[in-house]
Design a protein around this ligand. Sequence first.
Ligand code: NAD
Length: 292
Amino acid sequence: MAEQIGFIGLGIMGKPMARNLMKAGYELTVYDIVGEPVEELATEGAKPASSGKDVAAVTDKIITMLPDSADSERAILGPDGVLEGAKPGSIIIDMSSISPIMSQKISAECALKGVEMLDAPVSGGEPGAINGTLAIMVGGKQEIYDQCVDLFDIMGGTINLTGEIGAGNTTKLANQIIVALNIEALSEALVLAQKAGVDPEKVFNAIRGGLAGSAVMEAKAPMMLDRNFRAGFRIRLHQKDLRNVLQAAQELNVPLPATALVQQMLGSLVNDGDQELDHSAILHFVEKLSDI
Ligand code: NAD
């Protein structure tokens, strides 16, 4: 019989990740607070559940893919949450990008009930989720990782255990600094070109093969040039990630001045109503400074 997997949080990332597991032959029981994606996956063969508790009662490995720390805490530890239904020996794989401190807190609560946990956030965006090519950054015990690596192989292309519980999210925070600052730099470069009367598309084509070229540039410059800011990765989620970066940095007494600046820019975009746009819309902020 096919292995039963639970999947909670069926948004931009979770739905295609769940779909890939189903295509690979796993039987999925799924839940989201929004009914629509649950019904959609049910038509494709998943079993719908009405709470995280119900998912955990019928599966031994439960994946969560939720927006933020408070959502993972509520979905796993809260009333009708995963831990209420989980059995000793069950494994919760939280693939949400959350604070490493929260991962450690949730894991400690789970351990009291004999439930294991990995934090396993991802990078690669919606295309990586659809194509099963995500970079997966895992924290937790080696022996628990070994039991889950087959699942990671289906959803991801680059899979790394970087340390104990929380290390996955610390790795993801490092990733999010680099992505945010790259998008901001790309925005400044394109605005400068435009103001100088040089076609930004020609600038992109001229520099993409040189040292400035990057995966971020390849993914985001075309969106900026087409002015297509459909998420992708929402501004409010990147704001959340940089908030978690700065919280961790403050506790470690690590100054991160450029990250703090971009975090402020993201906050301003949220206040302007751009929170649901793709993070490539950082371009809006830089354009406004030059009255574009
Ligand atoms: P999303 O907002 O599209 O999806 C989140 C889903 O979780 C929604 O369907 C929501 O209804 C559901 N949800 C929220 N609280 C819940 C709860 N308590 N119980 C059950 N379901 C609940 O977000 P997303 O873009 O899929 O991102 C998910 C996570 O992955 C975030 O932490 C994000 O930072 C990270 N991430 C996103 C991307 C991307 O490009 N979108 C890339 C890498 C990592």
